[in-house]
Ligand binder design. Structure first.
Ligand code: 2AM
Length: 483
């Protein structure tokens, strides 16, 4: 009796919600979970009245699936995914498909795709973003893996994905092996950046302007009506307006130490590995690390001095400057994120569709925003666009915002208010737009102490030179010396 369209393993909240979402769209889903009681509980409670089929062994799960069998894992990332893959393989037949919808590291997905394909099966590693609500009513889905698997999972994944206004699903094929999980990782890194930028805007309004939560709630509400219209600005508006039963703002009662699960760090590590200046996301990860040093910061706050200044001047105008600084910094963050994905595509041989990625992120996921529609337009205009900052729309937007951005960074520095993401974004912009940087001196230093050689402005690239700077070092150049 093969009647289920897909099997899903892992009935935590995300798994359960994806099953219910598939059921809503007319698919018959068979489910399994390590702790079997969860299967029964799910059928008796959340899945009551649905077509969901509960199973109590992998054998039983596989036996009720239509061919080619589609089995989706929504289990904890890491070893449990490998364990389920190994447990499933003996029950599957050539052409069957294993789909990992967890937050797996793309390196694991590259390895698993090759492994599963070596067994005659097909593999998909897919990012799923949007949290519990997204999973239930329409997440952003970023699948990669074995291209031959895509036609078989496309109808299900696109049906359950979020849709943009014209009905286009926020789910499309990303690329081979680890591409889907790589793009999901980059999404999470960008999410770190967007959140840090919003936090810096909040910190400036609270600490430089002395604004109340109620006032900031109004500001975020207004920003959410314009170019910054996004899920994260919207929830920030709501958080700043949220009072508990005692009439106290919950945001003020929350300890200021940030947690992290690692996808931002992976994004920054990948950037460092490939030599991509992903400064904003890296600063966002490090800002969380600094926030976590709460006890040290409390001790240091009693000892280390700095300016104790408030903003003097037109406060309303400065709020608008903060908005523009946030917007310009956000453009830099997405520019860097796309630089990273472009480098990864070259490194791993993926044929990434930049505009398609913007569309997948346009709805359903945590970074969904109107802004991503503009990125999609930029790639529609020029699918080969090498850098987002070179698109005429974004070039003009940064030009219009940069006066405000510079004022905000300068004033924050004067007032001793840390805004690492906004200020590093500006440093990136000013570096990227310079034809000449001080790396000439840096190369001279490297050549001085380590005979690392340098190229010359008046000679073709690739030709190297060495100077005997001290008259004693000789003319021998170094190929191996590392300082
Ligand atoms: P559980 O209900 O039996 O704990 C999210 O944690 C999902 O991953 C849950 O469905 C959970 O199953 C599953 N999971 C976590 N660790 C696992 C492991 N080591 N082996 C199998 N399933 C695991």
């Amino acid at each position: 009796m093969s009647k289920a369209d897909i099997g899903l393993i892992g009935l935590a909240v995300m798994g359960q919600n994806l099953v219910l979402n598939m059921d809503d769209h007319g698919f018959t889903v068979a489910v399994y979970n390590r702790t079997l009681a969860r299967v029964d509980e799910f059928l008796e409670e959340n899945a009551k009245g649905t077509k969901v089929i509960g199973t109590h062994s992998l054998e039983e799960l596989v036996s009720v699936l239509k061919s080619p069998r589609r089995v989706m894992l929504m289990v904890k990332a890491g070893d449990p995914v490998d364990a389920f893959i190994d447990a499933l393989i003996p029950h599957l037949e050539e052409g069957d498909i294993i789909i990992d919808g967890g937050n797996s590291n793309y390196n694991d997905t590259i390895r698993r795709t090759a492994y599963v394909e070596s067994k005659g099966l097909l593999y998909i590693g897919t990012g799923v973003s949007g949290g519990e609500e997204g999973a239930r009513h329409g997440p952003s889905i970023m699948p990669g893996g074995s291209p031959a698997a895509w036609p078989h999972v496309k109808p299900i994944l696109q049906a359950i994905a979020a849709k943009v206004d014209d009905g286009t699903p926020c789910c499309d094929w990303v690329g081979e092996n680890g591409a889907g999980h790589y793009v999901k990782m980059t999404h999470n890194g960008i999410e770190y950046g967007d959140m840090q930028l919003i936090c810096e805007a909040y910190f400036l309004m609270a600490n430089a302007l002395g604004m109340s939560n109620a006032e900031m709630h109004e500001v975020f509400a207004e920003w959410n009506e314009g170019k910054l219209d996004s899920y994260l600005v919207e929830i920030t508006r709501d958080i700043l307006g949220y009072v508990d039963e005692n009439g106290d703002y919950v945001v003020d009662q929350i300890l200021d130490t940030a947690g992290q699960k690692g996808t931002g760090k992976w994004t920054a590590i990948s950037a460092l590995d490939m030599g991509i200046p992903l400064t904003l996301i890296a600063e966002a990860v490090l800002a969380r690390c600094l926030s976590a040093l709460k006890e040290e910061r409390v001790a240091a706050s009693a000892l280390l001095t700095g300016p104790e200044a408030w903003f003097e001047g037109d406060k309303a105008a400065f709020v608008n400057d903060i908005r523009d600084a946030l917007y310009a910094s956000k453009i830099i963050s997405y520019t860097q994120g796309y630089m990273l994905m472009r480098a990864a595509a070259a490194e791993y041989g993926w044929n990434l569709n930049s505009g398609g990625i913007a569309l997948m992120w346009r709805g359903g996921c945590i970074i969904r925003s109107v802004f991503l529609g503009k990125i999609k337009e930029a790639f529609d205009k020029d699918p080969k666009l090498s850098n987002l900052l070179l698109d005429s729309y974004f070039q003009e937007e940064v030009e219009a915002a940069q006066g405000a951005w510079r004022r905000v960074v300068a004033r924050a520095v004067e007032m001793g208010i840390p805004i690492p993401a906004m200020s590093s974004a500006l440093a990136f912009y000013d570096g990227y737009r310079r034809a000449r940087l001080p790396a000439n001196l840096l190369q001279a230093q490297r050549d001085y102490f380590g005979a690392h050689t340098y190229e010359r402005v008046d000679r073709p690239r690739g030709e190297v030179f060495h100077t005997n700077w001290t008259g004693t070092g000789g003319d021998v150049t170094s190929g191996t010396y590392q300082a």
